[in-house]
Design a protein around this ligand. Structure first.
Ligand SMILES: [Zn+2]
Length: 272
């Protein structure tokens, strides 16, 4: 599933082609589940000036100050940039196709759990104000993390890390990796975490996000593709997730369990 590093990768790759002038936009006949709001539809000659990211949202900003697209990639979504329209095979799951003066942007989503909003300024500001600070923002420090845990002391650490209201941008593989790098067992109760644990969690977040962005995101068997249709190489940096042997101690077998309905990985020796 595309998480913060994957969305950041797509954002950076699309940004290389800015500005983009829209020539046409078309939709597949299966977009009713994907398109959540249509305050406007981009017109011919409209300029896409900027791509940005907040949490797992990819944001398109236009020269028209009243036009914004917010895209959440769901389970299997991706924005592909290609010289010409994708062929029938590659474009099979292309649900929104924006032809521009330079490249073709296609929103591809085989499972259609993504969400796309075409918003005016008022609704865009509203949506952004509802969206919490994400884990890569400077204010998201150890103290902030500690204050969240103090407020919710009876949560299971790894499951709570997936709560987008508090840990915006974290998904399943990142949550397992945060626990591992911070040397904390995933089932740890949040109320038991010290200030020092929170410093370790913050350091783990920074390390994982930076590492994953550098390798253009992380792809698990047949999943995420970046804006050029390539797999991310971030899987090389994982220490427990989808690993047999813990990559921190290089010795102990990683334990796979199910926590809150999600696959969870940890090292029984490194994590306490
Ligand atoms: Zn280990």
């Amino acid at each position: 599933m595309p998480e913060l590093p994957e969305v950041e990768t797509i954002k950076s790759q699309l940004s290389e082609f800015l500005p983009l002038e829209v020539q046409s936009i078309s939709f597949s006949d299966k977009t009713s589940r994907l398109i959540k709001q249509s305050d406007f539809i981009p017109q011919t000659n409209e300029i896409i000036r900027e791509f940005s990211r907040k949490g797992k949202f990819l944001i398109f900003k236009f020269d028209n100050p009243d036009h914004f697209i917010i895209s959440h990639l769901g389970m299997s979504g991706s924005w592909r940039i290609s010289p010409i329209k994708l062929d029938a095979i590659e474009g099979k799951h292309a649900h929104v196709v924006i032809v521009t003066n330079k490249k073709v942007l296609s929103y591809i989503d085989p499972r259609r759990f993504g969400k796309i909003y075409f918003l005016n300024k008022l609704n865009f500001d509203k949506k952004m104000s509802e969206s919490p600070m994400d884990i890569s923002e400077p204010g998201f420090d150890a103290q902030h993390i500690h204050s969240i845990f103090k407020k919710f002391p009876n949560k299971t650490l790894k499951t709570f890390l997936l709560d987008q209201k508090y840990f915006s941008g974290v998904g399943n593989y990142i949550a397992s990796e945060i626990c591992a790098r911070a040397k904390l067992v995933p089932t740890k109760l949040t109320g038991k975490l010290s200030q020092k644990d929170c410093l370790n969690i913050k350091a783990a977040i920074d390390l994982i996000i930076l590492g994953a962005i550098k390798t253009q995101g992380t792809t698990f068997g047949g999943g995420y593709r970046d804006a050029f249709g390539e797999k991310g190489e971030g899987v090389q940096h994982l220490v427990v997730f989808h690993q047999d042997i813990c990559q921190m101690c290089n010795k102990n077998k990683v334990i796979k369990s199910v926590l809150g309905g999600r696959g969870t990985y940890h090292c029984p020796k490194c994590q306490k």
